[in-house]
Structure formats: structure tokens, C-alpha cells
Design a protein around this ligand. Structure first.
Ligand code: ADP
Length: 658
């Protein structure tokens, strides 16, 4: 058995692997970058090693530093987690060459399955159904056109070196083909340094269903059933379930047998995921193998009762698979929701920041990277937690997940909790009538922050006098700390309004009328033509919580503003009076829109620019944000350099408007 593992990752997956190490009484070494020096996953580690600066290339992607740390700390093995170096064959090989065990598949397996074209050929030979199309990737547009015409529309042009759904193009008719192919090649060259494309039949509205497999070093391979991951946004999974309730047992068997056959054909060792798409006829098409533990592995653990990280460690130690196929059973239904620090109402922009209040739901498995007080770093993936529930069946699990999302409180930073809540209450989702493009096609219904007027109503309720159970003295917690005019209390006026309050929310003024109030039934509050019944249940340590039309809400006060979380949407409300004319920057100043790192500076002092010219590019959480000139003018000063860490509102470039 392994004795000391270096966990070459961060965040929730580092914490997840650590948990199993502790259970198995295996020592483990954690690694961290500057940004993670106080991260929760470091606690409890036998030792922790600082790798370098916050840039992933200097830390979690730095192969030699990681291997050197493992050797210096006396580790016998390295667990790569997911992302970062987990599917890097060069790394797996280097780990082995350093005399350590790589907890994952063999390097040559990672190599051969990492290339979509090679993987497809291998699977075809093993008798696994693949998507009709080419198996030889090409950059020759004429070949692509010929293959397409031979096969018929619609087709999908897919970069063979791609990942994360990037750079794929659907082509539906001949006139668009040449241009689409040229563009796809250009994009693939730019993104993956390899322009070669595969041409595949495009399967309309498929489901994404994947099979968890495990192989050991003794030639055994088993499956741990399937997961459905069709709820995706731009090919990024958002909600995952196990089992796949949408398919027949015959289709499920076909998937499982195919995956195990594929795993056996390549002598697969350790955990792997065979990804398929399934069409409405139940026909299955192999897509790719992910040669690592997946983000969504917990749903498989929940229905099988197995610990996949333990299996990975045992297999890497040379033990046979802990169970034979006939001993592996599934029960119930599990759902996972990925909680991202991103703003759904603002094109899902990453939302780094400091978590001020954090409350996880009861009766829910939470695999989290964060704790209250933590800063969500702009350097890495914005996924901050996974909520996982299990129910007797899918309907049961959906109800449990709706409750879990509603009970989660994350304040101080924006998350996708509201987006998740809307997905879970969609009738098409309950009816399981979805496909991989369903979320993208329905985004406009989902990404709106509907909580603004509701949030203002909650904020107003806080301003009301109320009694707590223990304390019979009426108190007005808010009035004391905000200017008097904010709560313009009138005893009873002819319109039946008790009081009026106004708040700024994202530049708009929201006027709130408090119509009625009783300690027993709460406040009746109107805002923007909507009516709400708001109660305050408790206020502990600065956290207010209650019910808004029967649904939980919560709020805190930060820097004189009120932050409300209602239906999962976070709204920051600025009391009307506190706005004192300092708003806005002059047209001649370009500021950072979010915390991040300057990756490109496009101008120098003296440059003449026009409105909309990109001045600087700031990267945060793998997304590039262009900072543009607000007006025509001349650059008078460039106040940042490539590599600088910048905060929201930092002035990057100054212009003399023309
Ligand atoms: P990547 O490695 O970029 O994630 P995949 O081949 O795994 O690429 O495909 C990503 C997603 O794209 C799949 O989950 C599926 O939704 C969609 N997709 C891929 N190939 C096809 C196809 N031939 N027809 C329809 N959808 C496809």
C-alpha cells in the first residue's frame, strides 16, 4: 500500500483526495501557490510545500517543482486530481522515471487516448460504436469538403487536439462549408497549436452519458455504471446525475459493455471515464476517454457506496480491484450541482471576491474549496464547491437538491446559485426532457437576475422595527447605521403606506413601499410593481434570514450596503442617500473591471486611440477581459505592466479625450 502521497492539485479535489488519505491512514503532502497559502485544503496535511507564484505555470503546472517536492518530502506517489497535470502523459512518465507512482493510467494510455483521432481508431477496433466520420484528422480544406459531401449534412468539424468543447463548428449546408472549415482550422491552430480537424456526423440534440470504468494491473476491468451530464453550458457540465434515468436498460447495458470492452482493449489501469453521446433512438456514439478522476465522480460514489479515490490508491499500489463486477451494485439516484463564482446575469463572468458569509445546507454532501473569510482567487477555475444529494429516485433527489440550493448561503461574492435554482425548477428538467444544448438554448430564461426587486423588499424589511423572540424591545438595526432619510417613516399615509425606502441596485433606483407590517405575519412590501411578503426569522452575527413569499432569503451589511441573497441571486443594494456624487470615472480613465492579472498591454503613451480600442487585457479565472477606451483620445499614461496583479477599479491607462 502507498505510504505517502503528494497531492498535485488544489481546492476541492485536493481536499477530497486528502479525506480518503486520512481514512486510509496514508500520509499526504499538499502543495500550494501564493494565492492558496491559507487555503482550507492545506489543513491536516502531513506537510505542505510552497510551489511558487499564483500563476499555474509557476505552481500547479510546474512538473519539475512538483516532482522535486515529492522526492524531498519522501513521497512514494503523486495523485494529480483533475485538470492541471492529470492528463499530461509527459508528466506521468516523468513521475515514473523519478521512481514514483503516478496515481492514474499508464503514460502511454494517456498518450493514445488523449488524441481524439487515435482514440477513435482504437475504439472502432475494439468494437465500440463511434460517431460516423473521419478518423484521420486533416488541415486540408478540400479533403474536409470532400468528406463532408460524401457523408451529408449536418457535420461537426472538431479539432483533434481540442478540449472543453472549444473550437467545434456545426455546418448545416454547403455554402457555409469552406469558410467554416477555414475558420475552424485557424481557431484550432491558435488555441491548440494544431489545426487538424475531424469531420463527424452531427448528432442532433443528443444526451451526454458517460460510463465510469476501473482497471487494475492484473488485467481486470469493471464499470461503475453511468452518469448523465446533459445539462451543460457551452459544453461545460453544470448538473450531473447517476444513474442516467433517461435511457432504457438495454441502452445502459450497451454503454457499459462498450466501455468495459474499450478499457480492456487498451489494458486500461485505474479510473477512467468513457464519454458517449446518445441520440433519441438510443443509439450510442463514443466521444472520448477522460483518463482521470472526473469532477462528477461523487454521484457514482453516492449510488454505489464506493470511494473512488480509495480504489485509485489501491489500484496504483498494485492491488487487484476491490470488487468484481457482480459485487458492484447501484441504489437510488444522486445529483451533483457545480457551484461557480460567476455572474450568470453578466454573461457568466467569473466573480472573484471574498466570501463573507457561508452556510452549507443540511443533509447534503458538500465537496468545497472555500470557507467563510476566504478569498476566491482570480487565478484558477471559478468552481468553488459541489453540492451532492441522494434520493430514492430521481424525483426525490431533485427535491433534495432544490432544498440544498435554497439553503446554501454565500454572501460577499456572486455565485451561480440562482441559475442552479432556476434549472432545478424547470419542468423540462423534472420531466428529464433535455439534451446537451438545452441550457444554451434556454439561457435567456435562466440567466436573468430576477431577484432585484425581491432583494430590495428584503432589505426594506430589515429596516423595519421588529421584535426578536428573546428580546421584547423593538429594534431597528438598520436605521441606526444608515442615514435617517433612508427610512423615511410615516405613520400612516392615505395610500396606506407605512414607509418608503429607496436603493440603488446596479445603477437603477428601486423604490420600495412598506404597506403593512405585523410581527406575526411579516411585512407586505411592494417594489417595481411586484408584491412581497417578507418575514425576518433571525439575525445572528450580522446575518439576517427569513422567508420571502415562503422561500428563504438572507442578507448582510457590508460597507454601508446591504447584500441580499434571494432565490440564490445575490443583489448588492446601496441605500439611496449614501450615494454622494463620486460615481463613475472620467471618460479618460480605463480601469480594471475585476481583479486579475494584466496579460497584454496594447498601447503606449502618445498613442492615438478611438473609442472601443483595446488598451489592456486582464485575465481572471481563465477568461480574458478587454479594457477598452471609453472615448477617442491620446494615451497620456500607461499605469500597468504585463504580469501586474490589479484590483477592481485600479486605473490602468489614462487618456486625454480628443
Ligand atoms: P471536448 O474534448 O472538446 O470536450 P468532446 O468530443 O468531448 O470534445 O465533445 C464535447 C461535447 O460536444 C459533447 O459533450 C457533446 O455535447 C458535443 N458533441 C461532440 N461531438 C458531437 C457530435 N458528433 N454530434 C453532436 N454533438 C457532439
Amino acid at each position: 500500500m502507498l505510504k505517502r502521497i503528494l497531492i498535485a492539485n488544489r481546492g476541492e479535489i485536493a481536499a477530497r483526495i486528502a479525506k480518503t488519505c486520512r481514512q486510509l491512514a496514508i500520509e499526504y503532502v499538499a502543495v500550494y501557490s501564493d494565492a492558496d497559502s491559507n487555503a482550507p485544503y492545506l489543513r491536516g496535511a502531513t506537510a505542505s510545500v510552497h510551489l511558487g507564484s499564483s500563476l499555474a505555470t509557476e505552481s500547479y503546472l510546474n512538473q519539475s517543482k512538483i516532482i522535486a517536492a515529492a522526492i524531498a518530502q519522501g513521497c512514494d506517489s503523486i495523485h494529480p486530481g483533475y485538470g492541471f497535470l492529470s492528463e499530461n502523459a509527459t508528466f506521468a512518465r516523468a513521475v515514473q522515471e523519478a521512481g514514483l507512482i503516478f496515481i492514474g493510467p499508464r503514460a502511454d494510455t494517456i498518450d493514445s487516448l488523449g488524441d481524439k483521432a487515435r482514440a477513435k481508431v482504437l475504439m472502432q477496433k475494439a468494437g465500440v460504436p463511434t460517431v460516423p466520420g473521419t478518423v484521420e484528422a486533416t488541415e486540408d480544406v478540400d479533403v474536409i469538403i470532400a468528406k463532408t459531401l460524401e457523408m451529408g449534412f449536418p457535420v461537426l468539424l472538431k479539432p483533434t487536439a481540442g478540449g472543453g468543447g472549444k473550437g467545434m463548428q456545426i455546418v448545416r449546408a454547403a455554402p457555409e462549408l469552406r469558410e467554416a472549415a477555414e475558420q475552424a482550422i485557424r481557431l484550432a491552430r491558435a488555441n491548440f497549436k494544431d489545426g487538424a480537424l475531424l469531420v463527424e456526423k452531427y448528432i442532433e440534440n443528443p444526451r451526454h452519458i458517460e460510463v465510469q470504468v476501473f482497471g487494475d494491473q492484473h488485467g481486470n476491468a469493471v464499470h461503475l455504471f453511468e452518469r448523465e451530464c446533459s445539462l451543460q453550458r457551452r459544453h461545460q457540465k453544470v448538473v450531473e446525475e447517476a444513474p442516467a434515468a433517461s435511457i432504457s436498460l438495454a441502452t445502459a447495458m450497451h454503454l457499459r459493455e462498450s466501455a468495459v470492452r474499450g478499457a480492456q482493449a487498451v489494458g486500461y489501469v485505474n479510473a477512467g471515464t468513457f464519454e458517449f453521446i446518445v441520440d433519441s433512438n438510443g443509439d450510442i456514439y463514443f466521444l472520448e476517454v477522460n483518463t482521470r478522476l472526473q469532477v462528477e465522480h461523487p454521484v457514482t460514489e453516492e449510488i454505489t457506496g464506493l470511494d473512488l479515490v480509495e480504489w485509485q490508491i489501491r489500484v496504483a499500489s498494485g492491488e487487484p480491484l476491490p470488487l468484481a463486477q457482480s459485487q458492484i451494485h447501484q441504489q437510488g439516484h444522486a445529483i451533483e450541482c457545480r457551484v461557480y463564482a460567476e455572474d450568470a446575469s453578466n454573461d457568466f463572468r467569473p466573480a472573484p471576491g471574498t466570501v463573507i458569509r457561508l452556510e452549507w445546507p443540511s443533509d447534503t454532501r458538500v465537496d468545497a474549496a472555500i470557507e467563510a473569510g476566504n478569498e476566491i482567487s482570480p487565478f484558477y477555475d471559478p468552481m468553488i464547491a459541489k453540492l451532492i444529494v441522494r434520493g430514492a429516485d430521481r424525483a426525490d433527489a431533485l427535491v433534495a437538491m432544490q432544498r440544498a440550493v435554497a439553503e446554501t448561503i454565500i454572501l460577499g461574492t456572486t455565485t451561480n446559485l440562482g441559475f442552479l435554482g432556476k434549472i432545478l425548477s424547470d419542468p423540462a428538467v423534472s420531466a428529464n426532457d433535455i439534451h446537451t444544448r438545452y441550457l444554451d438554448q434556454n439561457l435567456t430564461r435562466y440567466n436573468r437576475n430576477v431577484g432585484r426587486s425581491a432583494a430590495a423588499a428584503c432589505a426594506a424589511a430589515i429596516a423595519l422595527p421588529y421584535r426578536t423572540a428573546s428580546d421584547d424591545v423593538p429594534s431597528t438595526p438598520w436605521i441606526a447605521s444608515t442615514p435617517k432619510a433612508v427610512f423615511d417613516r410615516v405613520t400612516i399615509d392615505p395610500s396606506g403606506v407605512l414607509g418608503r425606502v429607496a436603493y440603488w441596485a446596479n445603477g437603477d433606483l428601486l423604490k420600495v413601499a412598506i404597506r403593512d407590517y405585523s410581527a406575526a405575519s411579516g411585512a407586505q412590501i411592494g417594489c417595481e410593481g411586484e408584491e412581497f411578503v417578507v418575514t425576518i426569522g433571525s439575525r445572528e452575527g450580522g446575518l439576517f434570514r427569513g422567508l420571502l413569499n415562503g422561500q428563504p432569503w438572507s442578507a448582510i451589511q457590508v460597507d454601508g450596503n446591504i447584500e441580499v441573497l434571494a432565490a440564490g441571486d445575490r443583489v448588492v443594494l446601496e441605500p439611496y442617500i449614501s450615494r454622494c456624487g463620486s460615481d463613475g470615472v472620467s471618460a479618460g480613465t480605463a480601469t480594471a473591471p475585476m481583479p486579475g492579472v494584466v496579460v497584454v498591454v496594447e498601447v503606449t503613451a502618445g498613442d492615438v486611440v478611438t473609442q472601443g480600442t483595446t488598451l489592456v487585457v486582464v485575465e481572471a479565472m481563465k477568461m480574458e477581459n478587454r479594457v477598452m477606451a471609453h472615448c477617442d483620445g491620446t494615451v497620456t499614461a500607461v499605469l500597468c505592466r504585463v504580469g501586474d496583479n490589479v484590483g477592481v477599479g485600479d486605473v490602468l491607462v489614462e487618456l486625454e479625450p480628443a
